[in-house]
Design a protein around this ligand. Structure first.
Ligand code: FAD
Length: 420
């Protein structure tokens, strides 16, 4: 293998062409380092994907440009002539329904109070520096408020509080949220459009032990001096890429400490009805806290309803399949808006990232007590193997912005190492 590696004709192999892979490619190009990028899917973008199969585009994965004050995608969008906006998103008003009834102001206020109590407890844990699960952090709240508070985070993190590290959660950046009417997935696709990539080329094994990289794919073996692996943590944990020799114990421990949430979207095409709602109206179905579902209607005036749920309920919904998921969301909407919903729903799509073998979850969450895992995973292996992507995005973890920042960092470190 050593002699074949000596003959490697690319410097860097990039595995995966989502936001991280595309960003690594752009950065290596800027630095004059040769690369080959391979992607298992038939498209680029990974978990940033704007689907058009319902006749109107919707983001099946990433939608919001978070922490816009430091998100690199603000500048990328500007360079690509794509307008980001903070005004149009979910601005049609909010309703919360439980047991078939809209909640009044007092009950809604009680819910906000539960979220505030949870936030205060998480801040206390962060200040103490002693990690615990989100569920433990809110254990002393009144039972009903506790369940309400936990249900809110299901929609943000896609995972139940028992599997979430408070320290990691509190280290994540916040800031202004922006969106684009043409879709975040479409923006990521535009960023990567001109880059060379071998699609439908999954890497199944990587040998990294003999002075370089040898990567196996169904289309042949690729040799390189180094590799930047950007596949999701869920894919790494499932063993979809066999590493030889085994990854160092620190990296294996890091993977053990990071899980994947199950944020799931179900989009419905709705024709001929508006139910008296404004564009961008948001309905929360909150009868069962563990099954809290948020449904945005007519985003940017499109004839769509896009539902989001998370945690084990979302896993079960994904396992039940697209038809079952569509009828479940249709039934929830009918319970809130009336039976005319049933006739207005013309089609639907389920984006169950948990069941997608090339994602195996929506985005990474650190297990309680394992908040150092992201940094450990980002450590280079033998100065020739880097892991990048949302999971190693530091304060930007879980997001497209974090994926890009981590990939730029890995690309620079990798280039410096090759030039040393
Ligand atoms: C429902 C949902 C909502 C979200 N909402 C937001 C949001 O509003 N804002 C936000 O910033 N982020 C959001 N995210 C998270 C965001 O989508 C991700 O953080 C980001 O897209 C991750 O980029 P990445 O490059 O790290 O990984 P990915 O986009 O997953 O890219 C990895 C690539 O590797 C490929 N791959 C996998 N296995 C192999 C293999 N063996 N060989 C070769 N290629 C392989 C995959 O096909 C994929 O294209 C959301 C995610 C989901 C699922």
């Amino acid at each position: 293998m050593a002699s074949r590696l000596f003959a490697a004709d690319v410097d860097v192999l990039i595995v995966g062409a989502g936001a991280a892979g595309l960003s690594a490619a752009r950065e290596l190009m800027r630095l004059g380092v040769s690369f080959r990028m391979v992607e298992a899917r038939e498209r680029i973008g990974g978990r940033a994907f704007t689907g058009a199969s319902l006749g109107a585009g919707f983001d099946a994965g990433a939608e919001i440009v978070h922490f816009a004050d430091r998100n690199p995608w603000v500048g990328i969008a500007r360079d690509l002539g794509v307008t980001l906006d903070g005004s149009g998103w979910r601005m049609g008003g909010w309703q919360v329904h439980a047991n078939g009834q809209p909640l009044g102001m007092i009950e809604r206020g009680r819910r906000w109070q539960a979220f505030r109590e949870m936030e205060a407890r998480m801040e206390r844990v962060a200040a103490s520096g002693r990690d615990m699960s989100l569920a433990d952090a809110v254990a002393d709240m009144a039972p009903e408020s506790r369940e309400i508070a936990r249900s809110g985070l299901l929609l943000v993190l896609g995972e139940d509080g028992v599997r979430i590290s408070v320290l990691d959660n509190q280290s994540l950046w916040s800031g202004p949220d922006l969106t684009t009417t043409s879709g975040y997935g479409a923006l990521v696709e535009a960023y990567g459009k001109a880059l060379p990539v071998s699609l439908s080329t999954p890497v199944t094994a990587i040998n990294w032990g003999s002075g370089g990289i040898e990567a196996m794919t169904p289309r042949g073996t690729i040799t390189a001096r180094a590799a930047i692996v950007t596949v999701p943590v869920g894919v790494l944990k499932a063993g979809a890429i066999r590493f030889t020799p085994d990854l160092p114990s620190g990296h294996l421990a890091a993977l053990d400490g990071i899980g994947m949430g199950a944020l799931t979207k179900i989009a419905l095409r709705i024709d001929g009805e508006r139910f008296g709602l404004s564009d961008g109206s948001t309905l929360m179905e909150a009868t069962r806290p563990e099954a809290m579902t948020m449904i945005e209607l007519f985003p940017n005036g499109k004839p769509l309803a896009v539902a989001i749920c998370g945690g084990d309920v979302a896993r079960d919904l994904g396992a039940a399949g697209e038809a079952a998921a569509i009828s479940h969301i249709t039934a929830l909407l009918a319970g809130m808006l009336g039976s005319s919903v049933r006739g207005a729903v013309k089609a639907g799509r389920l984006a169950s990232w948990w069941h997608d073998p090339l994602a195996r979850g929506s985005y990474s969450v650190c297990q309680p007590g394992r908040s150092a895992a992201r940094a450990a995973l980002a450590e280079p292996v033998a100065a020739r193997l880097w892991f990048a992507g949302e999971a190693t995005g530091g304060g930007g973890a879980m997001t497209v912005g974090g994926a890009t920042l981590s990939a730029w960092q890995a690309a620079r470190a990798c280039a410096a190492s090759l030039k040393a």
